[in-house]
Design a protein around this ligand. Structure first.
Ligand code: PMP
Length: 361
């Protein structure tokens, strides 16, 4: 018998658990568990996708020149410093593959996005978890955990699932305090929800050890299509492009993403609607005795009195056709992560939590 053994670290990976999308026996389900845009993508993106169907016999662009130019134009960046991937997950994967391996350490934080330790294990590196301070990334704790084996520090800013963020000065202090040879990855999956925040692009432009990643899955409403991008110093982009498959994005992905990023008015409307409903929902839940930290994202992290209460509320919400996200796996067993839906969805979830707190089970 041949013994087929996976690479070291692979069996340490806990399988990713995604958000559910249906409830047995309940119709009229609202999914508020994956931080999706409740309004869907820009109509311009859907039209571009439809038109791209006439190009399906053609291989797509290998260098994504059109999409990179559009991103660069809209965000005021240099297109040569941009790389595109199958969701920002793939860009994060390029980074782990290129810069970490056996014997190296990859830092992520206590309630950090679950892909970071998965990516570290997948390349045989050691993930190192660093405590947060009251659900906020703690720069001093990260710097204290760094050593000469540290290769990558992953933080999402704003963060998932906590919805909190640190300011750019703190990000700069983190980048500047890292040991030689260590990279700071600023995951900006939710950056567009913060008015006036550049996701850390200014830090990338002024340093050689910072990478920013972004996604079309959240504010652009294209989670089902899988497109993300990264912005990094030219030398890093050159490295990442070597591990990227030449045809990683389809004609359809490229066309839809380009149209989406160019529809600035639609993005702005999604941002303002999200901000308004987020304030409304946070206040409604607080009124029912369910507090949350200030959110900088398109979800709120609702805190319950105990893990049992959070579980019971999750079960009750499901019975009402409302799917939210349990975050015990992120070290937050007394919390539920609730995506900001459209107005009827926000009203429905606030009403159901009010009923639950009032004794309904
Ligand atoms: N980073 C963070 C913090 C996220 O929450 C997500 C999506 N859940 C991603 C990255 C990955 O997003 P995508 O691959 O869809 O771009």
């Amino acid at each position: 018998m041949t013994k087929i053994t996976p690479q070291p670290g692979i069996m340490e990976i806990a399988l990713y658990v995604g958000g559910a999308s249906h409830v047995e026996g309940v119709t009229d389900v609202v999914k508020l568990s994956s931080n999706e845009n409740p309004y869907g993508p820009s109509p311009a993106a859907v039209e571009a996708l439809r038109r791209s169907a006439f190009e399906l016999h053609r291989y797509p662009s290998t260098d994504h020149v059109g999409l990179r130019a559009a991103i660069a134009e809209i965000h005021g960046l240099d297109a040569d410093n941009i790389i595109c991937g199958v969701g920002s997950d793939e860009v994060l994967q390029f980074i782990a593959q290129s810069y970490a391996g056996p014997g190296d350490e990859v830092i992520y934080t206590e309630h950090g996005f679950s892909m970071y330790p998965i990516l570290a294990h997948a390349v045989g590196a050691t993930p190192v978890m660093v405590a947060e301070k009251e659900r906020v990334v703690d720069v001093d704790a990260i710097l204290a955990a760094c050593n000469d084996k540290t290769r990558i520090v992953f933080i999402a800013n704003p963060a998932n699932p906590t919805a909190t963020m640190i300011d750019l000065d703190e990000c700069a202090r983190l980048a500047d305090g890292l040991p030689d040879g260590a990279l700071l990855v600023l995951d900006g999956a939710y950056a567009e929800f913060v008015e006036g925040y550049d996701g850390g692009a200014s830090l990338v432009a002024s340093r050689d050890n910072v990478i920013m990643t972004r996604t079309f899955s959240k504010i652009y409403g294209l989670g089902g299509l899988r497109i993300g991008w990264g912005y990094a110093p030219r030398a890093i982009i050159d490295v990442l492009n070597r591990v990227r498959q030449p045809f990683n994005l389809s004609n359809t992905q490229l066309a839809a993403a380009e149209a989406a990023v160019r529809d600035v008015a639609y993005t702005e409307k999604c941002r303002t609607d999200n901000a308004r409903l987020r304030t409304w929902l946070a206040e409604a839940l607080a009124g029912h005795g369910v507090p949350s930290d200030e959110s900088f994202t398109n979800f709120i992290l609702a805190r319950f009195d105990s893990a049992e209460e959070a579980d019971a509320c999750d079960t009750y919400l499901k019975s009402q056709g409302l799917i939210v996200r349990k975050v015990g796996g992120y070290g937050l067993p007394n919390c539920l992560r609730i995506t900001i839906g459209d107005e009827p969805a926000c009203r429905r979830v606030a009403h159901a939590i009010g009923q639950f707190k009032g004794g309904a089970r």
